[in-house]
Design a protein around this ligand. Structure first.
Ligand code: AMP
Ligand code: GLY
Length: 423
């Protein structure tokens, strides 16, 4: 593979460009549109990711061998379908298969037919019926906008009353727009969350290290839900036995059901699981792409074989092995002041030149101002990953680097991986 194009502009895409560059020192790597961080490893191409035709034309002009699509938006909008029709290879599912993420109602239906364990749920687009269903629902209740909502479409409601209000806001009030025109109401699951990353050619899977995300803004898992404030990998509860069970009971039946529906899934099938206290992996959601910020923790551990794996999955070929370092990675996200509701932009960022060995700084919401200075330009600004021989060492380095990078109003959690401490 000599020419690769990555679509997206977040920390996940910076990590993808970084990992591909590490493996393919001679390749031409492009990123649409990229960010100031991806520029170090790839050539940024300033096109909007919503302009699918322009992206396809660019892959033709540049004679790209493989396009790796980062975010769910272009996948759900059919970028891979267009690329494939144009005779280009792409890593990621078709729009029909991407519905596993883009429609929670569809995902629930697939799981029901595939016999995959997930929270008991019902789907509604009619308000009176939804309210009637809620009358007998045990508390707490989880209410989800069915469509894409940038990771913010799940509302955990302590009481039925709150759930009724949330459903009403989604179905009648238009909160979450189109995404909330259909709602999924489901039981609350207890346990520990785990993100499992399965690269698939549609039939078989190859797992990358499993990770744990930290969705809440504040330490101790308090505060509002965010896109993710940090992640670590590997996770001790993700034993080989558990992962074998996830493959057998969750991933393969889901892929078979999608194949049966004539919408085979190729690309990254990301299972967001709740591992219940008795050790059962239950699906909270599927995503059709790499996780963010988990990718920033997972890819630094994959020391070789990533590009061949992505290529094989895209081509529907047998999946090669990857090499995974027996080390630990901890990623701390640095968010802007005001995140998640109204992040402040334009704050100057200073990154020390002498960060310790094993520290990687991935850009997400950054930009260069008129004077060429790095400034904040989004909610999640940077992610600092530390790779070390032990979880504790990685955690210390990641936290220290997060301390030393400065910008006005910086927010970050010092407790990434807290569940792992003392395990
Ligand atoms: P989702 O948008 O489906 O990924 O949900 C966002 C977050 O809400 C998840 O990462 C969980 O922390 C939480 N969540 C979603 N569904 C459930 C559930 N059924 N039980 C408990 N927590 C949930
Ligand atoms: N880290 C959660 C996600 O990528 O959806």
């Amino acid at each position: 593979m000599k020419r690769v194009l990555v679509v997206g502009s977040g920390g996940r895409e910076h990590a993808l460009c970084w990992a591909l560059r590490r493996e393919l020192p001679e390749a031409s790597i492009f990123c649409v549109p990229g960010n100031p961080g991806t520029m170090t490893h790839a050539e940024n191409i300033p096109l909007p990711i919503t302009d699918l035709q322009a992206i396809v034309a660019e892959t033709e002009r540049l004679q790209v061998d493989l396009t790796v699509v980062g975010p769910e938006g272009p996948l759900a909008a059919g970028l891979v379908d267009l690329l494939v029709s144009a005779g280009r290879r792409a890593f990621g599912p078709t729009a029909a298969a991407a519905r596993i993420e883009a429609s929670k109602a569809f995902a629930k239906d697939v799981m029901r037919h595939a016999g995959v364990a997930t929270a008991a749920s019902a789907t509604f687009d009619d308000l009176p019926k939804a309210l009637e269903y809620l009358e007998r629902h045990p508390e707490p209740v989880v209410v989800k906008a069915s469509g894409l909502a940038a990771g913010k479409g799940a509302v955990i409601c302590g009481t039925r009353e709150e759930a009724c209000l949330t459903v009403e806001e989604m179905l009648a009030g238009g909160s979450f727009g189109e995404a909330g025109r259909t709602v999924v109401i489901e039981e609350f699951l207890e346990g520990e969350e785990l993100s499992v990353f399965a690269v698939t050619n549609g039939r078989e899977v190859r797992l990358l290290p499993s990770a744990q995300d930290h969705k809440r803004l504040l330490e101790g898992d308090e505060g509002p839900n965010t896109g993710g404030m940090g992640a670590y990998a590997p996770v001790r509860i993700a034993t080989p036995e558990l992962l074998a069970r996830v493959e057998r009971d969750v991933l393969l039946p889901t892929l078979q059901e999608l194949e049966r529906r004539r919408t085979p899934f190729r690309g990254m099938l990301y299972a967001g699981l709740m591992v219940t206290p008795d050790g059962t992996p239950m699906v909270i959601e599927f995503n059709c792409r790499f996780g963010d910020p988990e990718t920033q923790a997972v890819l630094p551990l994959v020391t070789s074989g990533l590009s061949n794996l992505l290529w094989a999955a895209a081509c529907g070929e047998a999946l090669p092995e990857v090499t995974v370092a027996q080390r630990a990675a901890v990623t701390t996200v640095l968010a802007a002041s005001g995140y998640p509701s109204s992040p402040m932009r334009g704050q100057r960022i200073t990154i020390p030149q002498d960060l310790p060995e094993g520290a990687l700084v991935f850009h997400a919401g950054t930009a260069l101002d008129d004077t060429g200075h790095l400034v904040t330009a989004g909610g999640r600004v940077l992610a600092v990953t530390a790779v070390a021989d032990s979880f504790d060492a990685a955690r210390t380095v990641s936290r220290d680097c997060a301390d030393r990078i400065t910008f006005e109003g910086k927010q970050f959690r010092r407790d990434i991986g807290w569940r792992e401490v003392g395990r």
